[in-house]
Design a protein around this ligand. Structure first.
Ligand code: UDP
Length: 421
């Protein structure tokens, strides 16, 4: 039986029907029957909707992760839901990555030429992305934001922003605001990220699918096999960070903290990262770290979700030492696996970790180093934090919670649009 009294999900479901996708009923071991009934009831009232989600990458990063799972679950509860991805060359994504950085507080030199390029590429995407039959459109993050200008709307358009908006670059915000305020609603990941806007705002916190390859139960043999495949040593406790190669995730700080910690403990650091198609800075960040590799510091850039799972499960400690973090699904994923997490005391990590109860929050490299030492030496403390971490995710961050928030959001528009039909 899994920790915290969950009833074990049926491991043979997928084997019996490989075409079967995750269904709301599969969550019965984790959620109260009345929660599931309530979600079905809310979905029942929205069966006429035809929803499109639009973002800018099919994989790499939390938004793709969410949409992959969420769009299937929405279809399962009877709401026809699609997922479109806009295309662009690296120079387009170089501009949008700079916007992403500036929304999280970085600087930006947004010239008229860059704005024009950004808007032109989005326009080209609008020409080939047909959304004529959709009566609910959710556009994610800044990359496809200006799409809204080019459509005749059949229903509400919502802009959902997943980045840490605690201190956005003001000049950039003013520019984006002219697009944002054309939407019918704005969704942010935390209440703290709400801005002064004419458009109504809501908070929807992200969530994970416990049945995905990345999160499902793994046997010790399966974990050994994945780690062995990449020659990851298993003779010492593992300290792990799984993140896109992005400066906001502070990979340099992770290595520095580990270097300090290893003066007192014997452990292996694994930094696993990937590079999203809409993030042209990833390769450069990855390459800049490689000269710090040694027999106890492993830096891997591979796209392997089973490896993410194996590492998060086997780790003595998972770090997510971000300097900014919209939400941080990697934190949720590790917490679900009952692993002790050390998180940067920022944004969405702070929302998930209650310091000392279900994980640990740190404000500096030195604090991270101290906590690595402390936790590697203290398996009992790790176990206690991990048990509470799993309970937190079960209560707040499983996908049906997020689905219900969307249903409430969609439902909130129904009266308005029905009246004006
Ligand atoms: N991820 C992955 N492989 C990697 C690095 C990250 O599959 O090498 C996944 C990770 O498991 C998580 C998502 O990418 O599901 C990252 O989401 P998060 O919210 O933590 O950060 P973001 O990348 O969106 O800033």
């Amino acid at each position: 039986m899994p920790p915290n009294g969950d009833t074990a999900p049926d491991p043979d479901l997928a084997q019996r029907d490989p075409r079967r996708t995750v269904q709301l009923d599969d969550y019965a071991p984790f959620l109260a029957p009345e929660t599931l009934d309530r979600i079905y009831e809310k979905a029942e009232a929205l069966q006429h909707l035809h929803v499109a989600h639009v973002n800018s990458t099919f994989y790499g990063g939390g938004v793709a992760e969410l949409l992959d799972d969420l769009t299937l679950l929405m279809n399962n509860v009877g709401i026809t839901t699609g997922w479109r991805v806009i295309q662009g060359a690296p120079d387009f994504f170089s501009i949008t990555k700079k916007m992403h950085n500036a929304l999280q507080g970085g600087s930006i030199n947004l010239t008229d030429l860059k704005k024009k390029h950004y808007e032109d590429i989005v326009y080209k995407n609008a020409v080939r992305t047909h959304l004529d039959h959709h009566n609910m459109v959710v556009v994610h993050d800044p990359q496809p934001l200006p799409l809204i200008q080019h459509y005749h709307r059949n229903g509400p358009w919502i802009w959902q922003c997943h980045v840490d908006l605690s201190d956005p670059h003001r000049g950039l915000w003013r520019y984006l605001r002219s697009f944002i305020e054309q939407y019918d609603g704005v969704v942010v990941s935390l209440d703290d990220y709400k801005q002064s806007l004419d458009t109504p705002q809501r908070t929807i916190t992200p969530a994970i699918d416990p049945f995905a390859i990345k999160n499902k139960e793994l046997s010790e043999a399966e974990i050994d096999e994945r780690l062995g495949h990449y020659d990851i040593p298993m003779d010492r406790p593992l300290v792990v960070q799984v993140s896109r190669f992005d400066r906001w995730k502070d990979p340099e700080g992770v290595i520095e903290a580990f270097q300090k910690a290893r003066r007192e403990i014997d452990a292996t650091l694994v930094l696993l990262g990937n590079v999203a198609t809409d993030d042209p800075e990833g390769t450069e960040v990855y390459e800049s770290l490689l000269d710090q590799e040694d027999e106890r510091i492993h830096i891997l850039s591979v796209e392997d979700t089973a490896l993410v799972n194996a590492l998060q499960r086997r780790a003595a400690v998972v770090l997510q030492k971000s300097l900014r973090e919209g939400f941080g699904l990697t934190v949720t994923e590790a917490m679900w696996k009952g692993t002790a997490v050390i998180g940067g005391n920022v944004g969405g990590i702070r929302h998930q970790i209650e310091d000392g109860t279900n994980g640990v929050l740190v404000d500096s490299v030195d604090e991270a180093a101290e906590q690595i030492v402390e936790l590697v030496k203290n398996p009992e403390r790790r176990k206690r934090l991990g048990k509470n971490a799993r309970a937190t995710v079960r209560e707040r961050f499983l996908l049906p919670h997020m689905l219900e928030d969307y249903l409430d959001l969609f439902g909130s528009f129904q009266t308005i649009y029905r009246l004006s039909d």
